[in-house]
Design a protein around this ligand. Structure first.
Ligand code: NAD
Ligand code: UDP
Length: 314
């Protein structure tokens, strides 16, 4: 099949391109290189089944494809807050453009949604039926509400135009090819530790997240795209259910590096969700998906990557 991956030069997109090629598909990676990088896909550029198009999803484009993975959107708070209006446009106009393409060429489309659509959740863990608790006017809203409208658009194209759609709600994911300066907690802590700097813990470090290793996430995304069972258009949570506080992450990273890490406490950013954990029953039942890589193993692999990128021996 010919697959389009928007955001294909980003962290998740580049891993997805790699896996689709390994499965024998043709891949077009489309990216405006806002947060992605050609370095992430440099090893794929020479392959005849792979093409890269520098393009912004906010502008229409005509392509003939069988499958569309719509991942284009900055994911780190500092990146999506850099130009919030653009973030909303990417999620809304960009998703309309990709849905229009899916409708025209009868492609199946998978939308990369996010745990952020649950906001600072009042239900724990978060099941797909939960509607969320999102601030519509805060600094995170451009991302959260943009992604919520993207889900609405996907469902409306599905109901109104019979477009074959999938929605994956991605929970925190980490691994090689996260951008060094994206300041998401995993990349930030690892880079700080490798540079011998104190780890910046926001708030008191008791807020929780569940961290999924990138290979497991790509397995889940592909399983959902390929799922042909009942109610395939319904959103599916994909993520780890291993809930950890930021203080736990400091501890785990210290164990992987074999030394005690210094910590510096900083104020908690506004609207930072206090707790987050997916209920992944749907992914288990429908996709037979469960993550395989432990936090320690994932951290080891990610540390190895960042050691090479920043040239650290620590
Ligand atoms: P990333 O920033 O590494 O990748 C996003 C890619 O999209 C980048 O290559 C960027 O250049 C590209 N992009 C941004 N705006 C664009 C535009 N207007 N036109 C074309 N390309 C554009 O982030 P990521 O972690 O790989 O995230 C990929 C997708 O997964 C995003 O949609 C994100 O919202 C979603 N997601 C990721 C996580 C996570 O923990 N990594 C969690 C939830 C959801
Ligand atoms: N965080 C932190 N130190 C950092 C970066 C992030 O303590 O250097 C915290 C942040 O406040 C949040 C959690 O780590 O509670 C996850 O942040 P990230 O930006 O990685 O993801 P998101 O908030 O989008 O889940």
């Amino acid at each position: 099949m010919r697959c389009l991956v928007t955001g294909g030069a980003g962290f998740l997109g580049s891993h997805l391109c790699e896996r689709l090629l390994a499965e024998g598909h043709e891949v077009i990676a489309l990216d405006n290189l806002f947060t992605g990088s050609k370095r992430n896909i440099a090893h794929l550029l020479g392959r005849s089944e792979f093409e890269f198009i520098r393009h912004d999803v906010v502008n229409p484009i005509l392509l003939e494809v069988d499958r569309i993975f719509n991942l284009a959107c900055p994911a780190s708070p500092i990146h999506y807050q850099y130009n919030p209006v653009k973030t909303v446009k990417t999620s809304v106009v960009g998703t309309i453009n990709m849905l229009g393409m899916a409708k025209r060429v009868k492609a199946r489309i998978l939308q990369a949604s996010t745990s952020e659509i649950y906001g600072d959740p009042k239900e724990h863990p978060q099941r797909e039926e939960y509607w969320g608790h999102v601030n519509p006017i805060g600094p995170r809203s451009c991302y959260d509400e943009g992604k919520r409208v993207a889900e609405t658009l996907v469902m409306d194209y599905h109901r109104q135009n019979r477009v074959d759609t999938r929605i994956v709600r991605i929970f925190n994911t980490y691994g090689p090819r996260m951008a060094v300066g994206d300041r998401r907690v995993m990349s930030n802590f690892i880079v700080q530790a490798l540079r011998g700097e104190p780890l910046t813990v926001y708030g008191d470090g008791t807020q929780t997240r569940c961290f999924c290793y990138v290979d497991d996430m790509i397995d889940g995304i592909l399983a959902l795209m390929n799922y042909d069972g009942e109610n395939a258009w319904e959103p599916v949570n994909i993520g780890s259910e291993d809930e950890r506080s930021m203080n736990d992450i400091v501890q785990a990273l210290g164990e992987v590096l074999g030394r005690k890490l210094a910590v510096e406490y900083r104020p908690l950013p506004s609207d930072d969700p206090l707790r987050r954990r997916p209920d992944c029953t749907r992914a288990r039942q429908r996709l037979n998906w469960r993550p395989k890589v432990s936090l320690h193993e994932g951290l080891k692999r990610t540390v190895q990557y960042f050691r090479e990128v920043i040239g650290s021996a620590k």
